[in-house]
Every structure is written in structure tokens, then in C-alpha cells.
Design a protein around this ligand. Structure first.
Ligand code: NAG
Ligand code: NAG
Length: 341
């Protein structure tokens, strides 16, 4: 299998990268939990889809990192017990009913049960920079579930959507939801900031301990500010939503595009992703230092082994079929935070 070539080709078309760790993490569980933003709250306000290690829980104590608790992971790098999650996409039909949009595997990972593609990028092109891997207990959030305008969402760089004309489409990213049907689905792209303050594993808003480069981007070697001097890997999620069975415009509301995030966002500007670091020992640092793609020095498992790792729902509620409201009673248009910052 020319995995390496494929990964490189995809990354090239995605961002101009030529060095990266790209791998599949199958679905672990879909439920209303958010141990980062709403620890201890079961159910949390909106639905998430989660991949990674099976230590995912209602609360996740940063002093007991996932590798010490997890017994399996849905990711193909078997030493990665991190958890990665996003909101869940719903379709809202003309009559106002909602239907969950299924996820589908990415190119090269067709055997996966949905889930996500995860990237950790150490550097790009000829920019020979070194990155410091995340430390045990590290976690972060990017995006703001309550944002509904481009002006708000512009605070974040590179939280985007790709309207897939075919599974290989990697151009034409937008900050809001695509406005016309996408033949091969909608891909959400979640890229995290890449500069860390070097001290705090988390912060009250789960964001202020990390920032973007002061100028340019991670890809072109943009420098980190003095307040956040430590360059961390570019963490990047791709999630593919199989919107194809909702492409008949006769079913669409007359008000516009029909997709809505589980927190009630019908604009797309509320795109957000959460991360709880959970690599075993220094496996991630090793991979970043050697700039490997298939990384034979890391322990791997097949996608089908990853598919077998699941976590029993702790919040049991049904969200299959047509619904009057999304889980938590959320409806399109709700949840606009109107933040003051
Ligand atoms: C989840 O948390 C509960 C306590 O809230 C604990 O009893 C349980 O062992 C945890 N499960 C895992 C897999 O860590
Ligand atoms: C709303 O529309 C969908 C799609 O046509 C249909 O399957 C569903 O049954 C409808 N729901 C109600 C409550 O009529």
C-alpha cells in the first residue's frame, strides 16, 4: 500500500505540507459529554462525536492522563490514547425535522467506522523547525460554539469547510457552511493554534495557553510570540459528513442551506474542536523529531482493530431517525453566545 505517497499527496493538496503524521481514528462514541468544557455534567448541553482512547469520561482528571486508564484506542497509532471531539452535524428538512448526518471515512481509511482523520504536523516545506510535543495533562479547545458571524469566527484561523466534489477535493475552503449541495459530502477542517506558553497545560477558557504565530502561519514558519514561545505541532482534524442523502434541494428549507451543528449553529461559524492529549510516554515527540509519516518506530494497529475499541454510552438517549429537536432540546438558531470579548 502506498500509504506514505498518498498521505504526502493529500497533505500537499491540503496545505503545501511535506511532513506529517496522518492517521485514522474510528468512532469511539457519540454522546452528550464534554469533559473539557463541562466536566462532571452528564448530559452536557450539546451532542459530540468522539474518537481516541476509551478513558474518555464525564470528567477527565488532568493528573491521571489517559494512558494510565485506557485499555484501547480507536486510532491506528496504538500508543495514542488522546481524545478528539467535535460537535455533530444535523440536517434540517423543510418541515423543520432534524436528522443526524452520518460520518464517513477519509481517502485511504475506508475501513474505518466514520470517526476522523488526525494530523500532527512537525514542519512544512523547507522550514526546518522543531516542535515540542504536548505534555501529559495538556488539553485545549479551538473555536467557539456560540459564534455566528464571520467577524467573530475570524478570531480563529483555519476553521473551515470543504465542499467535496469528490473524496479528494482539497480546495475551496470556506469559514461558513457550503451553500450548495456537495456531491461527495462536507469535510470540516479543524486546525489548532501552534504556540504554547510553555507552562500551563490548560487555562480557564481552555484557549489562552495557546495562540497563533504572530505573523504568517505555522505552514510558512511564522514565529511564536514571546508570551507563547514554544512551538507545538500543528494538530489538525478532518471530519467527513456524508451529506449525500440530503442533497435533494426539494427537501431544503427555503431560508437557505440545511445543515446545523448540534449546538444550534446554522451558520457554520460555531465550528469547534476539543483535544485531550494522551500519547504514551514520548511516542509523539519521537514521531515529530523523526518527521516520519508511517512511523515504523511507533506501535500501530489495523483500522479494524481500532473499530473494535468503543466506549459504552454514559448518557443514553436516542438520536436516530427524524427528530423534532436535536439532543438537549437544541434547535437551529439557539445557542448564540453574544460574547463580550
Ligand atoms: C469514569 O469515571 C468514573 C467516575 O466518575 C469511574 O468510576 C470510571 O472508572 C471511569 N471510567 C474510565 C474508563 O476511566
Ligand atoms: C419531515 O420531512 C422528512 C423529509 O422529507 C420526512 O422524512 C419526515 O417524516 C418529515 N417529518 C414530519 C414530522 O413530517
Amino acid at each position: 500500500m502506498h500509504w506514505n505517497t498518498l498521505a504526502t499527496a493529500l497533505a500537499l493538496s491540503a496545505s503545501g505540507a511535506d511532513a506529517l503524521l496522518r492517521f485514522s481514528c474510528s468512532q469511539l462514541v457519540v454522546e452528550r459529554l464534554d469533559p473539557l468544557v463541562n466536566p462532571g455534567m452528564a448530559p452536557s448541553p450539546h451532542l459530540h462525536q468522539i474518537v481516541g482512547g476509551n478513558a474518555f469520561n464525564i470528567s477527565m482528571d488532568p493528573t491521571t492522563p489517559p494512558p494510565s486508564l485506557a485499555t484501547c484506542t480507536t486510532c491506528t497509532f496504538a500508543e495514542d490514547f488522546s481524545n478528539y471531539w467535535t460537535a455533530v452535524l444535523f440536517f434540517r428538512a423543510k418541515n423543520g425535522s432534524y436528522h443526524r448526518v452520518p460520518q464517513k471515512p477519509n481517502v485511504g481509511f475506508e475501513a474505518a467506522t466514520g470517526g476522523m482523520t488526525i494530523y500532527y504536523i512537525p514542519y512544512v516545506g523547507n522550514t526546518k523547525q522543531t516542535v515540542t510535543a504536548f505534555q501529559p495533562g495538556f488539553r485545549m479547545l479551538v473555536g467557539q460554539q456560540g459564534y455566528r458571524t464571520k467577524a467573530e469566527a475570524s478570531k480563529f484561523r483555519q476553521l473551515t469547510y470543504t465542499c467535496l466534489k469528490d473524496p479528494m477535493t482539497r480546495s475551496g475552503e470556506t469559514m461558513d457552511f457550503p451553500t450548495a449541495p456537495c456531491k461527495a459530502g462536507i469535510m470540516t477542517n479543524v486546525r489548532f493554534p501552534t504556540c504554547w506558553d510553555g507552562k500551563n497545560l490548560d487555562s480557564p477558557d481552555h484557549m489562552s495557553h495557546v495562540v497563533y504565530p504572530t505573523s504568517g502561519t505555522f505552514e510558512n514558519g511564522g514565529p511564536c510570540p514571546a508570551t507563547h514561545p514554544v512551538k507545538i505541532p500543528q494538530l489538525f482534524y478532518e471530519v467527513i459528513w456524508d451529506t449525500t442523502k440530503f442533497n435533494d434541494k426539494a427537501l431544503w428549507p427555503t431560508t437557505g442551506q440545511p445543515f446545523v451543528w448540534s449546538q444550534g449553529d446554522e451558520t457554520g461559524f460555531g465550528n469547534h474542536g476539543d483535544y485531550v492529549f494522551g500519547w504514551k510516554d514520548n511516542a509523539l515527540q519521537k514521531a515529530m523529531d523523526s518527521n516520519c509519516a508511517d512511523c515504523p518506530q511507533l506501535k500501530s494497529q489495523t483500522i479494524s482493530t481500532g473499530n473494535k475499541c468503543t466506549r459504552k454510552e454514559q448518557v443514553t438517549e436516542s438520536f436516530d431517525g427524524w427528530l423534532e429537536k436535536m439532543p438537549g432540546g437544541v434547535m437551529a438558531g439557539m445557542g448564540n453566545m453574544k460574547r463580550k470579548d
